[in-house]
Design a protein. Structure first.
Lengths: 404, 225
């Protein structure tokens, strides 16, 4: 009956309760949209990085990641390949040569990461072939090069133009070769587009005098949740000569940003919660002051403070739960279509492209986000009702009954 | 059997720093089955006395005993428990819970005690039948007249079989015919069920029904008979 009484009490002043419920709904919808969009943006940044180059896991000679010189080639590529072939979770892998170098045109030059790849194998790992906006992907012919559209603009080159790549060779001399631009790519990260160039692996090995050596293996696993386990398993197999790095190790800034977001989203929740607490306190105080005489009668009839206190908290809780349910439903109604269409932030596209997320953000609702939206507001509502409830139980029955 | 006993009961209000004696040394014994009216002009202390008897207000000095239990030694929670189990209240303004219907209002105190839903409903319906108000069971207070509300309030007050029912100006908001009818009902409950009623009123209608009349003046008993 106490539940029934609490529920009916909140609808005694319909307009006031409706205003509070609407403010709760707005808060819950804001929590859902803010969280899902932020998660979507971060996930896109991460997936774009994984898809455009990084892959799930990379294997190098120990120390390569800190010092990407060509002398740090893999000690025994065959051994690594054997391990990868015998690991069932690995769904695709590819070899690469990777070094820092300089790419020059007739008019300009730019520091780059020179990446030698097997074009066909690389298709299974990264999305570079799907990111070609002009020309073609590497066909397997010698001295072809695919560069980012942004880099092409900087160098002043177009399809079919020649560029010269230079990098320190294995023996310390400068290795160089001439390449013809066959394709221009564009990923969702403009910084990446300016930096990474792709050439056939054989050309890179010859140019750098590598004699068949490679710098790294990059591979994908079937389930991203298995990345850490697979990494550790392969690391155990290969031993100390190699470094086995997951995308979390290779993209520390992005991962840190993601972790930071998960921490800082609570500040956002807190701000919304504080705003709601004041709303609830205000509403419940008004509701309590209107009913002082009634509380006096309830006390006179023998209602104890605990039950009175509970009843007021329940009223606020019901307001919170009701607003939350409606808010979550509205939030989901907005959310689901957006998962298909995304939200076009073209106005901010330069900044978003620089961050690597792309201009269209597809929101992602995580379990944590959903749970937060469900739990925070009812919890905050109860917190907001504590002060009015304390004020109520401090009333003296006899003065409360006489209260006008 | 003694239900209420007061000893040198005194209540002083500090009104703007000037102490005012609302009740001044009242010694009173109320026995089971009495139909007692505390009468007197405004400010004579009748409501204050009723509130102290009903464990709603603490005396400045003196004692109130309810069935031999000293109320001054009870905590706030214990007093609430006593009011719940041993006292029934009827207020001038009816004071039903507006969001509950008549049946739920009557059941309310039983719910506080922890009586099962089935038993609550059976007992509430029985009392409503006895008072002839069963057709009001599912009406909310705003759908009832003042007289009907006050009858429901009486039902609420007696449903737990209290030791005593305290009624503060119960007819003040009712017309004379409805007031008479309500008093008939309370008198009937007093006779048939031996329920002790104590009224605070200056309404002649109520005073004329008194089996025992207590006249207060300046917080003191002037007439007891």
């Amino acid at each position: 009956m106490l539940i029934k009484l609490s529920w009916r009490n909140i609808w005694r002043n319909k307009r006031r309760s409706q205003i509070v419920v609407i403010s709760i709904i707005v808060g819950v919808v804001a929590i859902i949209l803010m969280d899902t969009l932020s998660m979507g943006m971060i996930r896109q940044m991460l997936e774009n990085q994984i898809g455009s180059h990084v892959g799930h896991i990379q294997i190098h000679r120990n120390g390569f990641n800190d010092n990407k010189i060509i002398q740090n080639y893999l000690p025994d590529a065959d051994e690594v390949e054997e391990v990868l072939k015998s690991t069932p979770e690995v769904i695709a892998f590819s070899e690469r040569v990777l070094t820092l170098g300089l790419l020059s045109s007739a008019t300009n030059s730019s520091g780059v990461f020179l990446v030698g790849i097997h074009p066909e194998e690389e298709r299974n790992i990264t999305t570079i072939n799907g990111s070609i906006v002009k020309g073609n992907y590497l066909s397997g012919h010698k001295r072809e090069i695919v560069i980012g559209e942004k880099l092409a603009e900087k160098l002043g080159v177009e399809l079919g133009d020649k560029v010269v790549a230079m990098a320190s060779a294995l023996d310390g001399t400068i290795g160089s070769d001439v390449f013809r631009v066959v394709g221009l790519y564009q990923t969702l990260s403009s910084e990446f587009d300016k930096t990474y160039i792709y050439i056939p692996i054989q050309n890179s090995q010859k140019m750098l005098d590598l004699a068949g050596h490679i710098s790294e293996y990059v591979f994908l696993v079937e389930n991203t949740k298995e990345v850490q386990d697979v990494k550790l398993s392969i690391k155990n197999h290969l031993g100390e000569k190699y470094e086995v790095l997951s995308y979390r190790d290779l993209l520390p800034t992005l991962v840190m940003y993601m972790d930071l977001y998960k921490q800082t989203i609570w500040i956002f929740y807190l701000i919304i919660a504080i705003a709601m607490v004041f709303g609830i306190v205000n509403t419940m105080l008004m509701s309590v002051f209107e009913r002082i005489q009634e509380f006096g009668v309830l006390m006179a009839m023998g209602m104890k403070n605990g039950k009175l206190f509970t009843m007021i908290l329940m009223e606020a809780f019901f307001l919170g739960v009701f607003g939350t349910i409606v808010g979550v439903l509205i939030g989901l109604i907005i959310y689901f279509p957006l998962t298909q269409s995304g939200i076009d932030f073209s106005t901010f596209s330069e900044g978003l492209t620089a961050m690597g997320s792309g201009a269209i953000i597809f929101p992602i609702l995580t379990f944590q986000g959903f749970l937060s939206a469900l739990v925070i507001v009812p919890f905050v509502s109860v917190i907001g009702a504590i002060y009015p409830a304390i004020r109520t139980v401090r009333l003296q029955p006899v003065s409360a009954i006489r209260y006008v | 059997m003694e239900v209420i006993r007061t000893e040198k009961l005194e209540k002083i209000y500090g009104d703007n720093g000037v102490p005012v004696k609302a009740v001044d040394g009242v010694d009173l014994t109320i026995k089971k089955g009495e139909f007692l009216v505390i009468a007197g002009p405004s400010g004579s202390g009748k409501t204050t006395l009723l509130n102290m008897i009903g464990a709603l207000d603490q005396p400045t000095s003196g004692k109130v005993y309810l069935e031999g239990e000293d109320l001054s030694r009870k905590s706030r929670s214990q007093l609430a428990n006593l009011r719940l189990r041993k006292l029934g209240f009827v207020f001038q303004a009816y004071n039903l819970i507006p969001v509950l219907n008549a049946l739920e209002n009557i059941e309310f105190t039983m719910m506080l005690i922890g009586i099962s839903e089935k038993e609550r409903e059976d007992r509430a319906m029985k009392v409503m039948e006895e008072l002839g108000i069963n057709e009001l069971a599912y009406k909310r207070p705003n759908e009832m007249s003042g007289g009907q509300q006050q009858r429901v309030a009486v039902a609420r007050a007696i449903v737990n079989n209290p030791s005593i029912v305290l009624a503060d100006e119960p007819t003040a908001n009712l017309d004379s015919k409805t007031g008479e009818s309500l008093l008939d009902l309370m008198e009937q409950m007093n006779k048939e069920k031996d329920i002790t009623f104590v009224f605070s009123s200056h309404d002649p209608q109520v005073i004329n029904r008194a089996k025992r009349l207590l006249k207060l003046q300046d917080g003191r008993i002037k007439i007891d008979g």
